[in-house]
Design a protein. Sequence first.
Length: 442
Amino acid sequence: MRRIRKTIAHFLRVPALLRGLHEGAENWCMGGWGSKVLDEYQLTMLNEVWTDAITNVPFYDFWKKKHNLPNNIESLEEYALWPILKKADIQSHHDLLRRDTPKRFHESVTGGATGEPLHFCTFPEQSQRVNSCILMARAGLDFYPGDRVFILWGHRHFYGHGIKSRIKFFIRQCKDWLNNSYRADACDLSPHYLRNVSRKLKRFAPDVIIAYSASLLAFVRFSKENGLQIPRHPLKCIICTAGALSYSEREEISAYFHASVYMEYGSMDAGCLAYMQKDGRYHVFSHYRMLHTINDGTGDLNLVTSLTKDYLPLFRYQIGDYLSDCKYTSDGRVETFGEIWGRGSDVITLPSGNKCQCQTFMVCAEEIKKVLAYQVIKKGETFEFCVLVASPLTTEERAIMLDKVYSILPELRHVDIKIVEKKELIKAPSGKIRLFVDMDHH
């Protein structure tokens, strides 16, 4: 009987498998393009998208006139000198973002991790392009449609409330089953739920794990603190997204599961941007997006350009993330980069006026493995380093954490910093934990 059920399940999953192969095929073919062919393609697509934007999106007609921009872009070198588009520019002209189009579209909103959620519209095919890009990237990690996948992703509140939410959630479960995957809530970090995740993970025996970065790190640390056993089934790889992980954090997760950890990088407003390959570097989705950077004195801020006719295309859009160890083309496009160092909204201004990345605080918790998740809260000139822990911190552990951060930024010795254990941290509307919260502007 079990064999019959398994045969039926494989048969029902064939359409989902074929869809995945179809969506990824076009992008897999693009992987062998040379740099000259890619340059020509990007310039051609850039002009097509720009023409569509100034013709059909009132905001870009305004933007073109404001900055005296041309109708046609002659070279990628010329484009690298264009003005920077910021989120505030779009938010302050929201009435100009609507297209006059009969095509179906739906409203979207960013996750709110910056404290400034952006409302915008998308075409349905944009999500299809995102899926195909992801499938192409994962093929390089030997992860293909049809592989058994455990997903630590999202939150039940995404589906709303009442009977409609139950129906939506049931439909999502059916889709996951057809895709040979199981989905667990990534935003519930309670001990009871993390133990449940451990049981589900062992029972499901996946080939691949896909997870919110912070949620998987919290699960691994909780499991080690409580002696929970790892799944025996060997993993092809682990893919983390929706937040950056440091090299040491990736190594910690990798050591627990005995599998390599790779990152995927994107956002609600900009879609897929880059993917990590076996060389340990992020590679840009060059046929889909183009990246440049600008240094603001703190680091290299990522600027995103659309190469597809989205509802709201982007042109040198300052998404807010800092990139490091970038490899550039001669005209300034990013080919690959080493790490993502948080967002501009995660930059902390100290009482002296000096600035530091929120990540500076985070590294002080690296040696204390009972710390599951963390957050910095600024109240005036006082800082609270808030942590979720598997068990209470000792006086010695608190001292280790403070000494670590003092060694990185000595001036913090003269700043009021408190380590506060909490049962829950402040989250963005998407359910993800915000790394930095400035209560003076919250």
